[in-house]
Design a protein around this ligand. Structure first.
Ligand SMILES: *Cc1c(COP(=O)(O)O)cnc(C)c1O
Length: 475
């Protein structure tokens, strides 16, 4: 085989640039991107010919040059962050972005943030306003608190609270509540960062009233309760509830802070979920400051919501740290929209995706699973398609022991292995993330909205007929 001849048959850059397809690419992606794609692909092609011993293959690759340039330019302009279909059945999947925002809310958000807004402008007074004002009243109305604000996430909320209320002093925490949440958020470390020092009381499984009482000194700035969201200590255990702590705190004039983690605003036990104390509950019982995540059971954007007595919230609003931890306009706008749904419980359940998924009755999930299976079957995918009962999880460190009865569509591929299919599903234009077990792919329908069924079927169908793209992706 004559490699020189092959090299010479590669089109030159100026010839490539005259091709209509390349001209269209320039129109679409811009000249710099296309030039970069051309240079990279030419380099690859030369290297390929250098090592290739099969003349036919080399010619094939030369013929595919323009397609490859197109693919590379397209890839450069394809965002790395993609929407994915969550077939895992884990509703608050930390790796998959936790709480999804509803389409309706997104539409309204777009209108809000694509132009200017009154984020920090008081339209009544015609002067500077506060970014928390848009949702502070709502939060107070829903939770019964005096005042409210929000920062970037709940970890930031804990840090800000401690820095504002306990810097240079001591905070008493039960050893049973020295939580590590995912991503290296550890209560003792956060405490250190905030400038407060930790006074641990009790033991891992038991903490008594007297433990708190004995630990109180002149230096005590607060009592901190942390919701052990992602684990449970069971068996021989004892904890001191807020009810028990309130008289003690009152007597010593020390505030009680509670980090609730998930921050559920609705009693989900009505829907068959284990009872979790609500945010309203903590305020009612006498916690002075309560914080929780915006994107866990609340079902909103990433945020750390802080509510409680006005005098403490005011301190936090003035803290210099707040400037570094403050929420942006997307979050402020999204929080208001989501919180508004909580004015009526049935609207919250209906319109907040996380709550809708958690409370969807099994019979409904089953019905949707049947419809998904039918659509997949009609698409003629080379796999055995079935239905199997399964269990969804809440995830995100919320209610770790909870299992919700659900239904999955199962796929057993006929031509490729389960591992291969799972990998290909991850590489789809809208990647699908399933659960795999027993040599089967499971798509838990509880976390897959019906509007994705048809697209999922079309994509799975296309997985099998990718002769040319496979060839292009080879090197
Ligand atoms: C999840 C959680 C946090 C951290 O919240 P983020 O919003 O993820 O920062 C802090 N404390 C508790 C108890 C939690 O469950």
């Amino acid at each position: 085989m004559n490699k020189n001849l092959l090299y010479r048959s590669i089109p030159k850059v100026d010839i490539l640039l005259e091709e209509e397809a390349v001209q269209e690419m320039i129109e679409h992606y811009g000249r710099d991107s296309v030039m970069e794609a051309i240079r990279e692909e030419l380099g690859h092609l030369r290297a390929f010919i250098g090592t290739c011993e099969d003349e036919e293959k080399a010619k094939q690759q030369i013929a595919l040059l323009v397609s490859r340039i197109e693919l590379r330019a397209a890839k450069m302009h394809t965002p790395n962050m993609k929407m994915v279909i969550n077939g895992t059945g884990t509703i608050l999947h930390t790796n998959l972005g936790r709480a999804p925002i509803s389409q309706e809310h997104m539409k309204r958000l777009m209108g809000l943030v694509s132009g200017y807004s009154n984020l920090e402008y008081n339209l009544e007074a015609g002067k500077r306003g506060e970014r928390y004002s848009h949702f502070e009243e709502l939060l107070c109305k829903i939770t019964g608190a005096e005042a409210a604000m929000a920062v970037n996430n709940n970890a930031a909320a804990v840090m800000l609270i401690l820095s504002s209320m306990a810097k240079g002093g001591e905070v008493i925490v039960s050893r049973g509540e020295l939580v590590e949440i995912g991503g290296k958020f550890r209560i003792p470390d956060v405490m250190e960062q905030s400038g407060a020092s930790l006074v641990e009381v009790g033991t891992t499984n038991k903490t008594h009233y007297a433990d708190y009482e004995e630990a109180i000194t002149e230096e005590t700035k607060a009592l901190l309760k942390v919701h052990t969201s992602n684990y449970r200590i069971v068996g021989f255990t004892d904890t001191v509830t807020i009810d028990d702590l309130v008289p003690l705190a009152k007597e010593h004039e020390i505030p009680i802070i509670e980090d609730l983690g998930s921050g559920v605003l609705i009693d989900l036990s009505k829907y068959g979920i284990t009872y979790e104390p609500t945010v309203q509950n903590s305020i009612e019982k006498g916690a002075d400051v309560v914080c929780f995540s915006g994107d866990k059971l609340l079902g909103g954007p990433q945020a750390g919501i802080i509510i409680g007595k006005k005098k403490y919230i005011d301190q936090m609003k003035k803290n210099q740290l707040t400037r570094a931890l403050r929420i942006d306009k997307f979050t402020a706008a999204a929080l208001e929209l989501v919180l508004m749904e909580y004015l009526s419980e049935e609207k919250a359940i209906e319109n907040i995706p996380v709550l809708r998924m958690i409370t969807e009755p099994f019979e409904e999930v089953e019905k949707r699973a049947r419809s998904f299976r039918r659509i997949l079957k009609n698409a003629g995918i080379a796999a055995e398609i079935g239905l199997e009962e399964c269990e969804s999880q809440i995830g995100g460190g919320s209610l770790p022991l909870e299992r919700i009865r659900s239904m999955a569509v199962t796929l057993k591929p006929e031509k490729i292995s389960v591992a291969e299919l799972e990998e290909r599903m991850r590489h789809l234009p809208v990647p699908m993330i399933p659960r795999t077990a027993n040599d089967t792919i499971y798509l838990d329908v509880r976390t897959v909205e019906s509007r994705w069924f048809r697209m999922a079927a079309d994509m799975l169908k296309e997985l099998e007929v990718c002769e040319e793209t496979c060839l292009i992706q080879q090197i």
